[in-house]
Design a protein. Structure first.
Ligand code: GUN
Ligand code: ZN
Length: 431
């Protein structure tokens, strides 16, 4: 499909509405996205775009809302099958549920099966880009990238590195093999089609200093890669880091001392940061990732959205620590967490976090996450009345934000009527 006009309501963001104001977001009640060769040629008023592209194929989604595909800035695809596991906090949750499951991903067939299941699930929920952790096995990263490539998706991931005896023996690599395997994966996948490799030490407690050092060197050799890890998710974890790294100034210092801090760094959770850590993260322009369903599910704490004033912040499910594959559900949890901290996030801010905000955190803000000319045509189409409960609330809406908010709070995969990956409808592949 070379040239296509996709009709529906549209919301086109120029940037973060928390900074630019909600008035900066353009709403077209009868809008259109003109897609050509996998990219957005234009977005705006449907009549105007139809007149400008008379030969284009038209797909009309009626009153449904067209947004950029959702961007999940932190997830663990190998934890797909253990989502919603009961009763543990972080460290016990890792040992009880996560590590045994991750141990299965040395089997390429199993890894391929879960990668396919995972991508079916995220697309069904309207997510078109994910930054995922894999397992220590290079096979797990190969499976993810191969599946994403087959679907034409813009996807990011890295082999998770763990070599300390705090991780089980069956899930340990070494400083050298982590370097070598990650370097080979970068050669194989980074920059191929729409794929990007992320250097991925799991977190300080499961790496030796030698491994952090090796990964710092690898990142320095590939500075265009992102680096992702976890920081300050639970108080017990922060105390654990202090005991494992007694000379470090704080948690962030365990990364910085080994070359793992910079403008392309992505830190997941970041709930219990100290003032020095925040200052330093802002100074180097690192990004944070807010994982609200995980932070409530595992009992970690309430992320401070005020950090947005100083740092790029993305939004993420953190599946399977997070309890949903849905970025709608994740926006709802972000709203609830902010309410518990005394702030009501506007629907425009929630949509931005799941699209342009996550894109900016991933340094992809010039390619995905907006309905604007030149952007890649990854789109989600949302039915704003997908259940009776949502429909009766929307019937009273006075403007587009009141019409979107019930779907943010109560919507799920039933709201997703279509998803486009690089301009191609995903439903067409299912026929
Ligand atoms: N910290 C280290 N590994 C993990 C993980 O897999 N999930 C979460 N939520 N936190 C982590
Ligand atoms: Zn995580």
């Amino acid at each position: 499909m070379r040239d296509c006009l996709i009709l529906g309501q549209i919301l086109a963001f120029e940037g973060d509405p928390a900074q630019l104001g909600v008035g900066s977001v353009r709403h077209d009640r009868r809008g259109a996205v003109h897609v050509r060769d996998g990219r957005i040629a234009a977005a705006g008023d449907a009549d105007r775009l139809r007149a400008a592209a008379p030969g284009a194929k038209v797909i009309d989604h009626g009153d449904a809302l067209i947004l950029p595909g959702f961007i999940d800035a932190h997830a663990h695809y190998p934890q797909t099958a253990i989502i919603a596991s009961w009763g543990k906090r972080l460290i016990e949750w890792l040992n009880t549920y996560t590590f045994p499951e991750e141990g299965r991903f040395g089997d390429p067939d199993y890894a391929a099966r879960i990668a396919a299941r995972y991508m079916d699930l995220v697309l069904a929920h309207g997510t078109t880009t994910v930054a995922s952790y894999c397992t220590i096995h290079p096979e797990s990263a190969d499976a993810y990238f191969a599946e994403a490539q087959r679907r034409g998706m813009r996807m990011l991931a890295g082999k998770t590195c763990m070599d300390r005896d705090t991780a089980p023996g069956f899930l340990r690599d070494s400083a050298q093999s982590a370097y070598d395997d990650s370097a080979a994966l970068i050669d194989r996948w980074h920059g191929m089609d729409r794929l990007s490799y992320i250097v991925t030490p799991r977190f300080s407690p499961t790496s030796t200093e030698a491994q952090l050092e090796a990964l710092g060197a690898l990142w320095a050799a590939h500075p265009d890669c992102l680096m992702q890890t976890h920081i300050s998710e639970q108080v017990d974890e922060v105390d654990w880091v202090k005991s494992l790294y007694p000379t470090a100034r704080d948690y962030l210092d365990t990364y910085e001392a080994h070359g793992l801090l910079g403008p392309n760094a992505l830190f997941g959770h970041a709930i219990h940061l100290e003032p020095r850590e925040i200052d330093r993260l802002a100074e180097v322009d690192a990004a944070l990732v807010h994982c609200p369903t995980s932070n409530t599910f595992i009992g970690s704490g309430l992320f401070d959205m005020g950090l947005r004033d100083r740092l790029r912040v993305g939004l993420a499910t953190d599946t399977g620590g997070g309890s949903s594959f849905s970025m709608l559900r994740t926006m709802a949890a972000a709203y609830e967490v902010a309410q518990l901290r005394g702030t009501a996030l506007h629907p425009s801010e929630l949509v931005w976090l799941a699209t342009g905000g996550s894109a900016a955190a991933l340094r992809l803000g010039d390619r995905i996450g907006r309905l604007a000319a030149g952007y890649e045509a990854d789109l989600v189409v949302l039915d704003l009345a997908s259940t009776p409960a949502i429909a009766q609330a929307v019937a009273r809406a006075g403007d587009i934000w009141q019409a979107v908010f019930p779907t943010i709070m109560m919507g799920d995969d039933r709201a997703v009527t279509e998803v486009y990956v690089a301009g191609r409808p995903v439903s067409a592949g299912r026929d």
